[in-house]
Design a protein around this ligand. Structure first.
Ligand SMILES: Cc1cc2nc3c(=O)[nH]c(=O)nc-3n(C[C@H](O)[C@H](O)[C@H](O)COP(=O)(O)OP(=O)(O)OC[C@H]3O[C@@H](n4cnc5c(N)ncnc54)[C@H](O)[C@@H]3O)c2cc1C
Length: 337
């Protein structure tokens, strides 16, 4: 049977899979259905994690998301991240368990590993895909990843001439679905104990002065656009932050807001920022540029407040409020005070 491999990144402190792993497994399950519909070909989904252990709950979730097999590539050299050791260990496993497609997460580590692995495998890589489908080309099933190009003015679909066909996908691009089949298998593979030749890891430490912003599992997101600006005065960004704290929501912003130093870059949503799939996404004074929309359009309910009734953001919104967003922030804070 043909196969789709999903590289599942582990948090090496507690051996849990990053949530993007389940999103990619769910997408791979969807691709396997497509393969059957288009060409009656059976594809299995294999989730491969590297580390010295795997959290039991993560294993259950990977199986529930539809992985037919979860593999832990395991030995003690994989307890801390090293790009060479991780790449070599993955490749050793892969060469004994080849597949047609490999999906990698576009996380900081995924972005380091995917190009290294695909270069060694002498194949191509489509980075930061926003869509993944199978298509039939000359009666052959091909992976057709889509990604923005030319400053996001166009969407390009890029087919690989070589196998395996590989792609990276940013977190929150696809939605994880659980409750499919939990009767997949689990197995372990022990690679050689490779040693790092060039870089020696002495210790790991948390970077200072960074804002810990994580949009995974965000329920309500309040997103600030440039429409809240008053020159260099950050008043309405601070007021929105206050509102977010009061209702236990996450604060986010557009790139223009970060460019003008009105909020830290880590809050930026969109093509060059984070992706978010929130239950409720409220856009305050955001125009709706495609580079921003690509990072939030999968949110379940989108509410936009803009003074311009023709603003593009309204095309993507479930609720459209033509009003001054600053006044709405003031009123909401007053109600909650
Ligand atoms: C390669 C590339 C990558 C990019 N990546 C990203 C990305 O990841 N994320 C991102 O966000 N952008 C990205 N951008 C920038 C993007 O194109 C837009 O410039 C940006 O999103 C605009 O931000 P904005 O909507 O806050 O500001 P503006 O475009 O200036 O819009 C402000 C909006 O606020 C409204 N407004 C004004 N006053 C009020 C008020 N009082 N109340 C309510 N509404 C009001 C206006 O009508 C307007 O619609 C990228 C651009 C490029 C070229």
């Amino acid at each position: 049977m043909k196969k789709i491999t999903v590289y599942c990144e582990l948090n090496l402190k507690n051996y849990t899979m990053l949530p993007v792993s389940y999103e990619l497994i769910s997408k791979a399950v969807e691709l396997s259905r497509q393969a059957f519909e288009l060409k009656k070909e059976q594809y299995s989904v294999e989730a491969v994690a590297l580390g010295s252990n795997l959290d039991e709950d993560s294993l259950k979730k990977a199986l529930n998301a539809g992985a037919n097999r979860v593999v832990l590539v395991k030995n003690k050299t994989l307890s801390a991240f090293s790009q060479t050791i991780f790449a070599q260990s993955f490749i050793e496993y892969y060469l004994k368990n080849k597949s047609e497609v490999i999906l990698f997460p576009a996380t900081p580590y995924g972005r380091i590993l995917a190009p290294r692995i695909t270069t060694i495998l002498n194949t191509g890589l489509v980075a930061d895909c926003t869509g993944l489908d199978f298509i039939l080309k000359n009666d052959e099933l091909k992976l057709a990843p889509t990604r923005p190009t030319f400053g996001s003015e166009l969407m390009a679909t890029i087919l690989s001439k070589k196998f395996p066909q590989c792609a990276t996908v940013r977190p929150n691009t696809f939605v994880a679905n659980f409750g499919l089949n939990a009767d997949g298998q689990y197995c372990e593979f022990e690679p050689c104990e490779y040693s790092e030749t060039r870089v020696k890891l002495l210790r790991t430490m948390l970077e200072k002065n960074t804002t810990d912003v994580n949009f995974d599992n965000a329920k309500v997101v309040l997103a600030a656009g440039f429409g809240l600006s008053e020159g260099k005065d950050k008043k309405y960004y601070l007021r929105l932050e206050e509102l977010a704290k009061k209702i236990n929501a996450k604060l986010a912003c557009t790139r223009k807001v970060a460019d003008f130093d009105l909020l830290p870059r880590e809050f930026q949503i969109g093509q060059t920022g984070s992706n978010v799939v929130a239950d409720v996404y409220i856009a305050f004074g955001i125009s709706g540029a495609i580079q921003h929309v690509s990072g939030m359009k999968n949110s379940k309910t989108i509410i936009a407040i803009n003074t311009d009734e023709n603003a593009d953001i309204f095309k993507y919104s479930d609720y459209k409020i033509t009003a001054d967003a600053k006044k709405i922030i003031d009123e909401m804070l007053e109600i909650l005070s």
